[in-house]
Structure formats: structure tokens, C-alpha cells
Design a protein. Structure first.
Length: 319
């Protein structure tokens, strides 16, 4: 490999070749051996191979290899290039000037991976500099994005370190992104126009974002992200719920859902910023969270809504 010479008035030195970035790999066999040291060898090979196929181990490792060394928004852009996915923000003219960085973007969460990566790269490109994303602490395993993520424990008490990190981000000058539902959208029965229909939509939004936005004096920008996962994902989620199983085992299907979107065109519809002064305190924050969730879904365009409504006419079971 050729070396690049750096010449000065005193000497010429050869620059050492850059060390290749380590490639992160997903290794189901290694994970099982580490987590179940005494039992992993008894797990049927067919079950292990099924798990590898379900999480798309080979395809994910290919994506990680193609984008080795990239971090943050650059990693997200690389994944979108590798998958041939395009992303278009709609009605950006509604947004405040990009120089106004102390904002909180809140969005529905239909896809479980690509929606977050799309928002990271778009918000970073729009504002420049650093962005923060409040996420489930399980996502800390995604090392290329650890410099963006603000992990919170959705199912238990928060550590002091996590609380301090979230407070510091909200009190700082960089934009923050959140999925207030905390979980990927589900196919649910909803009342609409006097009729009961099935729609892909978020579960109840956590009110925390309302209090944090007011406390840190951040305007809230509502976003509606288009898209949905496969019917298989929603059937598995509803089956798990009917069986009374609390662990969201359908989440292992999300890598496959991401790979299924290869070549897709994604979009997000922007709403007008909600001034932090309009946000309530105390017991009214829960109602405010529900109201902002409604604003987000009101942003859906007719074309996007038609895509969602196809789930009501595919002949599948009415969960």
C-alpha cells in the first residue's frame, strides 16, 4: 500500500497506514455460549439456525462490514446506502429555522429501526453538529450509535448516570429526538368515524417528554413517520399478548423487517413547532402527551393513510 508523504522545510516523514476499523459482527453461537454456558451445547442446531435466519445474521454482518468505521449519522447514511433506501422529509417549511437547535422532535415509531436511523441522519444534516436520541437501554448494544443514544430503562428504575445524561442533553444546546411510545407500533383496533378499524399505531405515549420539554424550555416538533411492518410481525405480537407473555419476543423479527425494506422509499411529515410555553405542568402532562400524539397522526397525508389502510383489507384475521 502506498504511503503519503508529509513534507516540511525540515524533514520528510512517511505517514503510517491507518489501522483498519474493527468490524463488529453478530455471532448467535457466541452469544448463546456466553449467556448459557452450561446449556448452549444442548440447544438443537436446527433451533440455532432458525434464530440466525430470523435475525438475518448473515445480511446484518454484511451491512456492518460495509459500514465499518462509521459512527452516528454517518453510520445511518451508510446503512441506507447499502439497503438502497431513500428518505424524504415533507413540509420542512413548517419547521423553525435550523439555527434554533434547542428543540425536541417527537415521532410515532412504526418500523423499529429504520425510522430511528432516518431521523438521526436527517436531524443531524438539518442542524449540523451533534444530535441526541432517547432510546431503550437494550439498544446500547448498537455500538456505532452509542455516541447518539441516551439509554433509558423502560421496564425498571433509572440509574443515576442515565438520569444525569438525559438531563444534561435536555439542558444542552443540541437537538433531541424521541419515540414517546417507547415501543414499535402495533396493529390495533381503534374507533374512527363511528366504526372500529384496525390500524398500525403507537401504544400510549409516555408523558415524560412533555415535562422534560417544558423544564428545559424546548419547543416540541411533531413528526409523522410513514410505513408499517409485515402482518407476520403484528400477528406474532398479538399472539404473544393473548398468551399473556410479557416479554416482547416479536422483537427478534425486527432485523428481518429492516431487511425486508430494502429499496424502499420512506418519508416523514413535519408539523409546526409547539412552543414550550404552551406545555402544561403536573397532572395535565398525560393529557398533553395524548393530544400531541393525536397531532402527529393528523399529519398523515391521504397517500400515506391509504398505505396503512391496506392492512384492513388483506383478508387476515381481525386481531
Amino acid at each position: 500500500m502506498d504511503t503519503t508523504a508529509i513534507t516540511s522545510s525540515h524533514a520528510t516523514e512517511a505517514k503510517a497506514p491507518a489501522t483498519p476499523a474493527p468490524v463488529i459482527k453478530i455471532d448467535i453461537d457466541g452469544v448463546l455460549a456466553e449467556r448459557l454456558p452450561g446449556m448452549s451445547r444442548f440447544i438443537p442446531r436446527a433451533a440455532v439456525n432458525w434464530l440466525k435466519r430470523t435475525v438475518c445474521q448473515d445480511r446484518l454482518n454484511q451491512l456492518l462490514e460495509e459500514n465499518a468505521g462509521l459512527e452516528g449519522a454517518d453510520f445511518c447514511r451508510g446503512i441506507f446506502r447499502s439497503l438502497g433506501i431513500s428518505f424524504t422529509p415533507v413540509h420542512e417549511e413548517r419547521l423553525p429555522d435550523a439555527s434554533h437547535r434547542r428543540v425536541l422532535y417527537v415521532s410515532n415509531h412504526p418500523l423499529g429501526g429504520l425510522d430511528g436511523m432516518a431521523l438521526i441522519q436527517w436531524v443531524q444534516q438539518r442542524h449540523g453538529g451533534r444530535v441526541w436520541f432517547v432510546v431503550n437501554d437494550l439498544l446500547t448494544a448498537v455500538k456505532p450509535l452509542e455516541g447518539v443514544f441516551l439509554p433509558v430503562n423502560k421496564f425498571g428504575r433509572q440509574s443515576r448516570e442515565a438520569i444525569r445524561a438525559v438531563d444534561a442533553a435536555f439542558d444542552g444546546d443540541d437537538p433531541v429526538i424521541m419515540f414517546p411510545a417507547g415501543l414499535v407500533s402495533r396493529l390495533q383496533k381503534v374507533e374512527e368515524g363511528g366504526c372500529t378499524v384496525r390500524k398500525v399505531c403507537d401504544l400510549k405515549w409516555n408523558k415524560m417528554f412533555v415535562g422534560k420539554a417544558r423544564q428545559s424550555r424546548r419547543d416540541v416538533i411533531p413528526l409523522f413517520f410513514s410505513g408499517h411492518n409485515s402482518m407476520h410481525f403484528y400477528r406474532m405480537a398479538n399472539l404473544r399478548r393473548r398468551l399473556g407473555i410479557k416479554f416482547n419476543f416479536e422483537m427478534i423479527l425486527l432485523p428481518g423487517e429492516m431487511c425486508r425494506m430494502e429499496g424502499a422509499s420512506l418519508s416523514v411529515v413535519c408539523g409546526k413547532a409547539l412552543p414550550w410555553q404552551s406545555l402544561p405542568r403536573g397532572h395535565e402532562t398525560e393529557a398533553a402527551a395524548a393530544r400531541i400524539r393525536s397531532i402527529v397522526y393528523s399529519l398523515a397525508t391521504t397517500e400515506i393513510q391509504k398505505s396503512n389502510d391496506t392492512l384492513n383489507h388483506d383478508g387476515s384475521e381481525n386481531n
